[in-house]
Design a binder for this molecule. Structure first.
Ligand code: ADP
Ligand code: MG
Length: 368
């Protein structure tokens, strides 16, 4: 398949992103921590996976959307720590018999025996999960000091880490520990623009000044265009004229997932009907089919916007080039909300753009 959709994409399925890919290689090689912020479905996870793969770097990866409670995260991190000590499947062994585990590995483990013993003690202790997390992060710091190479830790959808504990401020707590970690490269990614800003970019934020900050832009038209033409050509398929693809990418606003969805529909149609030339009519048909497929998600965006006064109307007026009626300072505040929610991008002073092309289309259709 030329254009996989929905999952993480790597290698042949990974398009564009040359510039930021190179910047990230540099950060990774220097073990410089960074955060990557972008709206949902913009290719954050793919970019992180691809760049780590490029430099052949193994890493710890967690998606906080998938972590139901702190205990689960603690276990995963412990498993990783043991793997770095040269022990695979450690948690299972501990759960079976902690004494045997301790005896078996004490003399063979790759790290200082005291560090290993401390890690096992953690399991026997009756600390609550919050205190365990502090201890585990401490352990991770000590471990990294003993190793000759940096460790790479990816915290994906980091804004959702907050849900792991109602007792403490998880970010304050994590930051307090990991700020002392010298030989660990932390990679944070997040789709919730408001939360990521609160965690990293306000002066009082727990991670303020902790990591470099990167924003993932839309696809770059000319680079992407060339790669797509080449991909189709490898299947013997061509565009009827040069402008067709550019117009499609523009229409999708460089939105990665939406662009790929339309292209996949085009790819399948060409295969199913054994056609070799992509025409305007085919693109229009596939664009419309993709728009229909995304309809429910767009409706959810609108519902989410209606929980705050005026947001829906502000973005509706934007999409339809109608005059805004709010006073300048209220309008500014509403736009800022929409930016934080990941629906608008700030281009330059007073100028904004709707991020999701299918949302924009829905808003335009609604005015007729
Ligand atoms: N560089 C890319 N090349 C090709 N498709 C991409 C790229 N980035 C994102 N996509 C498309 O967007 C979808 C979502 O990507 P993903 O990495 O999961 O985004 P995020 O982590 O920002 O939600 C992918 O399944 C793919 O269809
Ligand atoms: Mg992701």
């Amino acid at each position: 398949m030329l254009f996989p959709y929905g999952k993480v994409v790597i290698n042949e399925a990974f398009y564009d992103r040359h510039e930021i890919r190179t910047s990230i290689h540099r950060l990774l090689k220097a073990a410089q921590s960074f955060m990557l912020k972008a709206p949902r479905r913009y290719g954050k996870t793919s970019l992180i996976k691809q760049t780590l793969l490029d430099i052949e770097q193994e890493h710890f990866y967690v998606d906080f959307r998938k972590i139901p409670r702190l205990e689960v995260f603690n276990m995963q991190l412990m498993e990783y720590i043991y793997a770095q000590m040269g022990l695979q499947g450690a948690i299972k062994q501990i759960q079976e018999n902690i004494i045997t585990f301790l005896k078996t590995h004490r003399t063979t483990v790759k790290v200082d025996a005291a560090l290993f013993e401390a890690s096992v003690e953690l399991f026997a202790s009756d600390k609550d999960e919050e205190d365990k997390l502090v201890a585990i992060l401490e352990l991770l710091g000590k471990l990294s000091k003993e190793l000759e190479y940096p460790l790479y830790i990816v915290f994906d959808e980091f804004q959702d880490a907050v849900n792991m504990s109602s007792k403490i401020d998880i970010y304050e707590m994590m930051r307090a520990e990991i700020q002392h970690h010298e030989n660990i490269c932390y990679i944070f990614a997040g789709s919730n623009m408001t939360m990521m800003t609160t965690i990293f970019e306000t002066k009082s934020a727990p991670f303020y000044n902790f990591a470099r900050k990167l924003t993932l832009a839309p696809f770059e038209k000319s680079e992407l265009g060339k790669e797509i033409i080449k991909a189709f050509r490898s299947r013997g398929v061509v565009f009827e004229n040069d402008a067709l693809l550019d117009t499609l990418i523009d229409r999708c606003g460089g939105h990665p997932a939406n662009t790929m969805l339309v292209l996949q529909m085009v790819e399948f149609k060409m295969l199913d009907e054994d056609i070799k030339t992509i025409t305007q009519a085919i693109i229009d048909e596939c664009y419309q089919a993709a728009q229909e497929e995304m309809h429910d998600l767009v409706m959810e965006y609108l519902k989410e916007m209606r929980t705050k006064e005026h947001l829906h109307d502000v973005i509706f007026r934007m999409a339809n080039h109608q005059k805004q009626i709010l006073d300048p300072s209220s309008l500014q505040q509403k736009r800022k909300y929409l930016v934080d929610m990941g629906h608008l991008r700030h281009i330059r002073r007073g100028e904004y753009e709707i991020i999701d092309n299918f949302l924009r289309d829905e808003l335009i259709d609604a005015s007729f």
